[in-house]
Design a protein around this ligand. Structure first.
Ligand code: HEC
Ligand code: HEC
Length: 465
């Protein structure tokens, strides 16, 4: 007994000695955190002067805070401007700090709205979806945080906020995806996406990485399990690849703009004509709230054509012409570490999903977007990401555990990661890729086996983007 105890103590001391030595050699790996400055927000190089004017017009409409009486805000909404949610590090980006949804409730004109418990000052802006309806069948839809009830110009209509507390276990979140370089993503040909997905197939097979595309064909709305699919916003008749949003559920920037104007801000428009709460319409502005403006009295100077366009067309142009983020060659950690990290990113297999580069259609109508490299770090395909990330929502082909490989450009200046913003540390974001039935398990295993200094190089590379 005594002898046993003694050897236990010796073994314990040995373990401490070994780990102390390891500690002295390798400082703890850490996410260097968001880079300061602004790596994005400018128009893409090579726009014509007309395109540049359209970009500028779009930039100001994207930033504009919409009102009930002026624009048709509400009756339900998540926020009152595109830029509120797409702001970090600048207009067009992702979720900023402090959280504008938190600030809205602090403002004087917040009506009868109360702050949902999951919205905090330092947390991400969030959109909520419910997994099931009150009747227990698949819901999947967006339930807006706020209503215009009690706000200036809202009239008498009283709408309650959804009962988020009662739906505590029925809620999932989505955070805003950044828009820099979105015009390049829009112009990547389907054939190139398909060809890229077929590349490195022996290695993908070894690591059990598959990936498939969000292509929905109308007339084919049931899966083999006879489960009804959630909808995508695309044309079910053309059989082409949808690519925007966390589940690649949206076909184009114009459609996303129409959807966001309607769903995030409650502003109906020429793509989505119906007010989302017809029993309680905002009657100050006629339906649809946003449309082409052909009334000559309201068409201004010096740019009449852009005053004719509806807001959603102008938003789409702004996003289309936003330049991709500029990576840093030296920050953080210095050029040699970043270069090494970039090589490791491919070696461990991150690049099998996060494709470093695709090229746009050489025949793009906008010369500045034609035949250009897009360093997006995504294959734009859906992958099964395991039980950790499963959100129980199906959108088109994408089921609960499937997500579009998140483009990593601009990562260096982001505060929040993963579809629901659960991570603000890259190490956590990588760890979350692991789960039951995740295609990323093999690659995360290879990452885990890296030396600590190699992991640091990889993280430095990610924060250089
Ligand atoms: C309340 C916050 C919020 C507001 C306001 C908002 N968005 Fe978003 N945006 C989001 C969220 C959340 C997503 C991700 C949705 C998803 O994929 O489920 C998103 C995604 C997008 C995307 C997809 C980009 C990509 O590559 O995936 C586009 C485009 C977009 N928004 C445009 C707009 C426009 C235009 C407006 C204004 C009309 C707007 N958004 C207003 C939260 C917001
Ligand atoms: C099987 C495909 C696959 C592999 C392999 C993979 N990823 Fe991902 N990655 C994804 C998908 C899909 C998401 C989005 C998941 C979500 O939000 O739920 C993602 C998200 C991320 C994010 C968060 C991005 C954001 O916008 O919030 C980071 C960072 C990331 N991956 C880094 C890595 C690194 C580093 C590796 C290699 C160690 C890696 N990934 C390997 C598919 C993959």
């Amino acid at each position: 007994m005594k002898k046993q105890l003694k050897s236990f103590v010796v073994a314990g001391a040995l373990v401490i000695a070994i780990s102390a030595a390891a500690h002295a050699q390798a400082p703890k790996v850490r996410d260097p955190g968001p880079r300061s400055g602004t790596n994005a927000g400018a128009p893409i190089d090579g726009l014509t002067s007309g395109e540049t004017k359209l970009f500028t017009a779009g930039q100001s409409r994207f930033a504009k805070v919409d009102t009930i009486a002026g624009d048709g805000l509400g009756p339900r909404m998540n926020m009152n401007s595109c830029q509120a949610c797409h702001a970090q590090p600048t207009a067009g980006g992702s979720s900023p700090k402090p959280n504008p949804q938190f600030q809205f409730i602090q403002s004087a004109d917040h009506g009868t709205n109360q702050l949902p418990s999951f919205i905090t000052e330092s947390g991400p802006t969030r959109e909520v979806r419910f997994k099931l309806t009150g009747k227990g069948v698949a819901d999947g839809g967006v339930h807006d945080l706020f209503t215009i009830s009690g706000m200036k110009d809202a009239g008498a209509c009283k709408l309650p906020q959804p009962d988020f507390a009662a739906n505590k276990n029925n809620i999932i979140f989505r955070i805003p995806t950044p828009l820099f370089g979105a015009g390049l993503i829009e112009q990547i040909r389907d054939t190139d996406i398909l060809e890229n997905l077929g590349k490195a197939s022996p290695e993908k097979r070894r690591l059990q990485i598959r990936g498939r595309l969000n292509v929905v064909v109308s007339g084919n709305t049931h899966t083999s399990q006879n489960r009804i699919r959630g909808a995508t916003n695309n044309n079910g008749n053309d059989g082409t690849i949808a690519r925007f949003g966390w589940k690649a559920q949206n076909k184009s920037l114009l459609i996303f703009a129409g959807e966001a104007y309607n769903v995030e801000m409650g502003i109906s428009n020429e793509l989505f004509q119906t007010e989302r709460e017809e029993a309680c319409p905002n009657t100050v502005v006629k339906m649809p709230n946003d449309g082409a403006n052909a009334n000559p009295d309201q068409i201004g100077t010096p740019d009449p054509p852009f005053d004719v366009l509806s807001d959603i067309e102008v938003f789409a142009s702004f996003m289309r012409f936003l330049a991709p983020p500029k990576p840093s060659e030296t920050e953080p950690g210095g050029a040699p570490s970043i270069l090494k990290g970039k090589a490791l990113f491919s070696q461990v297999g991150c690049a099998l999903c996060h494709t470093p580069q695709l090229t746009t259609d050489p025949n793009s109508r906008v010369a500045a977007l034609a035949g250009k490299p897009a360093n997006l770090y995504s294959d734009l395909a859906l992958h099964r990401m395991g039980d950790n990330l499963d959100d129980g929502i199906s959108q088109g082909e994408a089921v609960g555990n499937e997500f579009r490989t998140a483009p990593l450009w601009g990562l260096g200046q982001r505060f929040f990661f993963l579809h629901d913003g659960r991570a603000s540390d890259l190490i956590v974001a990588i760890r979350q890729h692991r789960g039951v039935n995740s295609e990323a398990n093999g690659v995360v295993g290879q990452y885990d086996r890296l030396r600590e200094s190699d992991k640091q190089d990889l993280l430095n590379f990610l924060r250089s983007l």
